[in-house]
Design a binder for this molecule. Structure first.
Ligand SMILES: Cc1cc2nc3c(=O)[nH]c(=O)nc-3n(C[C@H](O)[C@H](O)[C@H](O)COP(=O)(O)O)c2cc1C
Length: 192
């Protein structure tokens, strides 16, 4: 089996899996450490290495999702507040084995922000692909308060830093089919 074939299989079978589809089984912290090790090999302009991760494991998973839900309640006007969304944020934590908050941290102001977001996003994708290879299900989510300034404030980030999302990780028994709506031919221009 060629390395390309193995890599293709991992890339093509990675699927977004929502925490509601997780089976509740826990991932060993050592496996999460292996995924973070992969993240650290993302490409990086000038070795600014702008990816940062906050990993929630064990009881801290529910602790973080409760805090997340409370931030939603605190920063949402009463007329817009949805109890279902509040409960959903907490439920996502209850179903997950781990949550990883993925951050782009500016370390070199000479590098344009888009490059640092690109590099940190590659690091996130390394985690997702590594998870797939280990049979771990994942959801990259920017839902809830992830992109709200209150979340940035919670992590004491600087103005120029960005939270790229939270990863919900767990095991799942469900088989999810992948799909793409736009043909690849519409996304590629060859000049030859
Ligand atoms: C930056 C980013 C943010 C996302 N945020 C959410 C989200 O908040 N909720 C959600 O259900 N899916 C989210 N997704 C997952 C996409 O919905 C998912 O990738 C898409 O449906 C394609 O499915 P696939 O990943 O299985 O190919 C996000 C994906 C990316 C790249």
């Amino acid at each position: 089996m060629s390395i390309f074939f193995i890599l293709s299989e991992i890339i093509k079978t990675r699927r977004t899996t929502k925490p509601a589809q997780f089976n509740g089984n826990k991932i060993a912290d050592e496996k999460i450490e292996q995924l973070l090790e992969l993240a650290d090999w993302a490409p990086t302009h000038t070795y600014s290495e702008p990816w940062r991760f906050v990993v929630y494991s064990g009881d801290k998973v529910n602790g973080f999702s409760k805090l997340h839900a409370l931030l939603y309640q605190q920063f949402t006007p009463a007329e817009k507040f949805m109890q279902g969304k509040f409960d959903g944020i907490i439920a996502n934590g209850e179903k997950s084995s781990h949550i990883i908050v993925c951050i782009m941290k500016r370390t070199n102001e000479k590098i344009p922000a888009i490059e640092e977001i690109a590099a940190a996003s590659c690091a996130v994708q390394h985690i997702l692909l590594g998870a797939t290879a280990l049979g771990i299900a994942s959801l990259w989510s920017t839902g809830g308060m992830v992109l709200h300034p209150a979340m940035k404030n919670h992590f004491q980030l600087d103005e120029a830093d960005e939270i790229l999302g939270q990863l919900f990780l767990g095991y799942s028994d469900e088989k999810i089919e992948g799909r793409r709506k736009i043909p690849l031919t519409e996304k590629v221009v060859w000049e030859r």
